[in-house]
Design a protein around this ligand. Structure first.
Ligand SMILES: Cc1ncc(COP(=O)(O)O)c(C=O)c1O
Length: 441
C-alpha cells in the first residue's frame, strides 16, 4: 500500500502554507491540489503533513522517470560540485554538446540533425518558429484548434484556448492561421479516424490556401493534444500533413513537449505514426525535473539563423544537462523505455472498463498518455466540467493526485510516472473508480 493519510486533506500545515501563498503569490498561477509537497519518490509524494499520495499528474507531465530518479539526482549532485552556470555563450561546456548529440541521435528521421537548448517548452516553441521563418524567409505559421504551445507571446498566440490562457493579454502576434484539429470524439458526423483525417486535411488545405502555401513557414502540431484533452491526431492525418509540408517546402514542427520521453510508448509520439518532423520541440520529461528544453531538427534548418541569432543566458544550464543526460540513459539502457512500452500496452486495456460509467463519454489516448472525457449525456456529448472537478477533489481527499485537461475542462488526464509499479497503478485506479462511481455514474 502506498497511500497513507494521517490527517484530513489538506492537512493543517498545508492550510497554513496556503494562507501564506494567498498573501505572497499572485493569483495567476493555478494549483490543482491544495496540498504542499515535502518530498517525492517514484510515483509517490508526501505532503508537509506526512500524508502520502499516489501521483497521477507527474509534475504536469515532467516526471516520466519518477520523482527523484536516482541517476538524475546523482548527476545533479556531481555537476553541482563542479559549476552551476557558465553560460554556453561565454565558455561552452561538454554537457550541452553531449545532450545535443544524444537528441540528434534519438530524434526520428534519417538525416543530419542539430539541436539547440533553452529552458522551457514555450521557449523551445518560440525558437522553432524563429528557425523556420529564418530558414524559409516566409512569415506565416499554421497551428490547430485545441492547441497549447505555452504562455510567451508567440506560443500563446499559437495556443487556442482563450480562457484562461489568453484572456486580457492581447493583441497577439500576426502571421498565424488556425486549422481544425482531427479530434475524433468531437468531429461532426463521424468519429472514424480515416474519415476525420480526410475531412480535417481538406479543411487544413483550405486554411493554407487562404494565405497561399508559399507564404507558410511552418505548421506546428502536437501529435497528441496535451492541455487540449489528450486527443491523438490519427496517423493518416499526420502522414498527409508531413507529405504536404514536404511538397510545399513548409517546415513541419512537432511539439513533443508533453508527448515526448516515453509517454506514448516510444521515445517520441511521432515515431508511432512513422512521421519524422523537420523540427521537434522538447521539454518537460527531458530534464527529469530540472528545467531544460530543446529544438531538434534538420541541420540545414537549424543552421539558418546566423551566429548569435538564437540563444539565451540560461539555456541548456549545465546542471539541467547533467540530469537530462541521465534521463536519456535511463531510457536507452536503464529499461525505462521497456517499462513505458509495457505501461502503454497495459493502461489502455485496463481503462477500457471505465466506459461502464455512463458519464464517461470517451476513453482515449496514445500509449500511456490516456484520458477520460466526461459528459452529461452520451448522445449530446455535453461536457461535464463539474463532474471532473468533483472526481478530482474526491481523489485528492483519498490520496490520489489527478489533473484535468481539455478545451471544456471536462477531461481527466493520466500522467503517472512511467516507473509506477503495477500495485501503485491499481491502488490509484481504484480511487479513481470510486470517484467515477460517485460522480460519473
Ligand atoms: C505541447 C506543449 N507545448 C508547450 C508547452 C509549454 O511548456 P512550458 O510550460 O515548459 O513553457 C506545454 C506545456 O504544457 C505543452 O504541453
Amino acid at each position: 500500500m502506498n497511500i497513507r493519510l494521517k490527517t484530513e486533506v489538506p492537512g493543517p500545515r498545508s492550510r497554513e502554507l496556503m494562507a501564506e501563498r494567498q498573501a505572497a503569490v499572485a493569483r495567476g498561477p493555478f494549483h490543482v491540489t491544495p496540498v504542499f509537497i515535502a518530498r517525492g519518490k517514484g510515483a509517490v509524494l508526501e505532503d508537509v503533513d506526512g500524508n502520502r499520495f499516489i501521483d497521477f499528474a507527474g509534475g504536469l507531465a515532467v516526471l516520466n522517470a519518477g520523482h527523484l530518479p536516482a541517476a538524475a539526482a546523482e548527476a545533479v549532485r556531481r555537476q553541482s560540485r563542479r559549476f552551476l552556470h557558465a553560460c554556453f555563450h561565454v565558455t561552452p561546456y561538454e554537457g550541452y554538446v553531449r545532450l545535443c548529440a544524444a537528441l540528434n541521435r534519438l530524434a526520428p528521421g534519417d538525416f543530419p540533425k542539430r539541436s539547440f537548448l533553452a529552458n522551457s517548452g514555450a521557449e523551445a516553441v518560440e525558437n522553432a518558429v524563429k528557425i523556420a521563418r529564418s530558414a524559409t524567409g516566409r512569415p506565416t505559421v499554421v497551428c490547430f484548434e485545441h492547441a497549447f504551445h505555452g504562455r510567451t507571446y508567440m506560443a500563446m498566440t499559437l495556443t487556442a484556448k482563450e480562457k484562461p490562457y489568453k484572456l486580457g493579454f492581447g493583441p497577439f502576434n500576426p502571421g498565424v492561421v488556425r486549422a481544425p484539429f482531427p479530434y475524433c470524439y468531437r468531429w461532426p458526423a463521424t468519429e472514424d479516424p480515416e474519415r476525420v483525417s480526410a475531412e480535417c486535411f481538406s479543411a487544413f488545405e483550405r486554411a493554407v490556401q487562404s494565405v497561399g502555401p508559399e507564404q507558410v513557414a511552418a505548421v506546428i502540431i502536437e501529435p497528441v493534444l496535451g492541455e487540449g484533452g489528450f486527443a491523438p491526431a490519427p496517423a493518416p492525418f499526420l502522414r498527409r500533413l508531413r507529405d504536404y509540408c514536404t511538397g510545399q517546402r513548409i517546415v513541419f514542427i512537432a511539439d513533443e513537449v508533453q508527448t515526448g520521453f516515453g509517454r506514448t510508448g516510444e521515445l517520441f509520439a511521432c515515431a508511432r505514426s512513422g512521421v519524422a518532423p523537420d523540427l521537434m520541440t522538447l521539454a518537460k520529461g527531458l530534464g527529469g525535473g530540472m528545467p531544460v528544453s530543446a529544438v531538434v531538427g534538420r541541420a540545414e534548418l537549424m543552421d539558418a539563423p546566423m551566429t548569435g541569432g538564437i540563444g539565451g543566458t540560461f539555456g541548456g544550464n549545465p546542471v539541467s544537462c547533467a540530469a537530462a543526460l541521465a534521463v536519456v540513459e535511463l531510457f536507452e539502457t536503464g529499461g525505462l523505455l521497456d517499462r513505458a512500452r509495457e505501461l502503454s500496452a497495459a493502461l489502455p486495456r485496463r481503462l477500457a472498463g471505465l466506459r461502464r460509467f455512463r458519464g464517461v463519454g470517451d476513453v482515449r489516448g496514445l500509449g500511456a498518455m490516456q484520458a477520460l472525457e466526461l459528459v452529461k449525456d452520451r448522445r449530446s456529448k455535453e461536457p461535464d466540467q463539474e463532474a471532473v472537478a468533483a472526481v478530482i477533489r474526491h481523489c485528492t481527499e483519498r490520496g490520489l493526485i489527478l489533473m484535468s485537461a481539455g478545451t471544456y475542462g471536462n477531461v481527466i488526464r493520466l500522467l503517472m510516472p512511467l516507473v509506477i509499479t503495477d500495485a501503485q497503478l491499481e491502488e490509484g485506479l481504484a480511487v479513481l473508480e470510486s470517484g467515477l462511481e460517485r460522480f460519473a455514474a
